[in-house]
Design a protein around this ligand. Structure first.
Ligand SMILES: NC(=O)c1ccc[n+]([C@@H]2O[C@H](COP(=O)([O-])OP(=O)(O)OC[C@H]3O[C@@H](n4cnc5c(N)ncnc54)[C@H](O)[C@@H]3O)[C@@H](O)[C@H]2O)c1
Length: 262
């Protein structure tokens, strides 16, 4: 069977929501043992219950984790490896977005974005290395299609993800001799709570402008679509699978073609 990841132990951060949750569900559907980690314990518990309730071949376990806490990351990965007999793949999907006005840069906000998106990913890569070397495993980091087509308010966000891409490339170089592959995925607009946040009202409903915003996102794509978490998740399944054994140091771009010049 192609893309066979059944029985593999996959650790995913940011798995309580959006793309991370989508990746957890697709891997569970393929028979993997998934450890879903997130800062938000309540949302994580709900998501894990939801996925396990689907009756898929694999199972999902929850791990409350703040990726910015290096000691906690070490502890959790150690515990996961001990409980499941090792870790075959790690996916860094935890991330935040903060709008920045380039005319009046809020450096504290930039630091917060770097702290989660870059240092959080770095902490997990650092702690995961030993476990992945032991299994000749695979690392996948979430970047962004904004690297190819940035917008001004994404100033901190794209800088943090550019750093993630370079981290990915250098780690691929360093770990190749250990048989560990390291890649990034840079999605275009994916319909998740992250892109809905600025349009979500206090009662959880969406603002009147949301439909207009969604249409703007669609218009970036020659296919006139916004992606779903599963569009990213299948790329990650490929990258983790043995079929991708020749692929490392790359950034995959599931983006609906939104970078094609017009
Ligand atoms: N949605 C998009 O259009 C899009 C496009 C390109 C890239 N991405 C990237 O994909 C990843 C997932 O995005 P999403 O759209 O699913 O976002 P999301 O907001 O729906 O989910 C992000 C998850 O990360 C968790 N998180 C935040 N800080 C954390 C921390 N310190 N420790 C642990 N978990 C933490 C959140 O609790 C949340 O559950 C992010 O890295 C994002 O930058 C998203």
């Amino acid at each position: 069977m192609a893309f066979d990841v059944a029985g593999r132990v996959i650790f995913i951060t940011g798995a309580a929501s959006g793309i991370g949750a989508g990746i957890a569900e697709i891997f569970a559907g393929e028979g993997a043992t998934v450890v879903a980690a997130d800062l938000s314990a309540d949302r994580l518990a709900d998501e894990v219950t939801r996925i396990n309730g689907l009756g898929l071949r694999g199972t999902v376990h929850a791990a409350k984790l703040d990726v910015t806490d290096a000691a906690e990351v070490d502890r959790i990965l150690e515990a996961v490896a001990a409980e499941h007999g090792g870790i075959d793949a790690v996916v860094n999907s935890a991330g935040i977005f903060i709008d920045i006005d380039p005319h009046e840069i809020d450096t504290d906000a930039v630091r917060r974005v770097m702290e989660v998106n870059f240092f959080g990913t770095l902490n997990v890569c650092r702690s995961a290395t030993r476990h992945l070397v032991a299994r000749r495993g695979s690392l996948v980091n979430l970047a962004t299609g904004g690297l190819d087509r940035p917008l001004p308010p994404q100033l901190a966000y794209v800088a943090s993800k550019a750093a993630v891409v370079e981290l990915t490339r250098t780690m691929a170089l360093a770990l190749g001799r250990d048989g560990v592959r390291v890649n990034a995925v840079a999605p275009g607009y994916i319909d998740t709570p992250m892109i809905r946040r600025n349009h979500t009202l206090p009662d959880g409903t969406l603002s009147a402008e949301w439909e207009q915003q969604l249409e703007a996102y669609r218009s970036y794509s020659p296919l006139h679509v916004v992606g779903e978490p599963s569009d990213v998740a299948w790329c990650v399944v490929y990258l983790v699978s043995d079929e991708a054994k020749f692929v490392t140091g790359q950034t995959f771009r599931p983006n609906g073609g939104f970078v094609v010049p017009r």
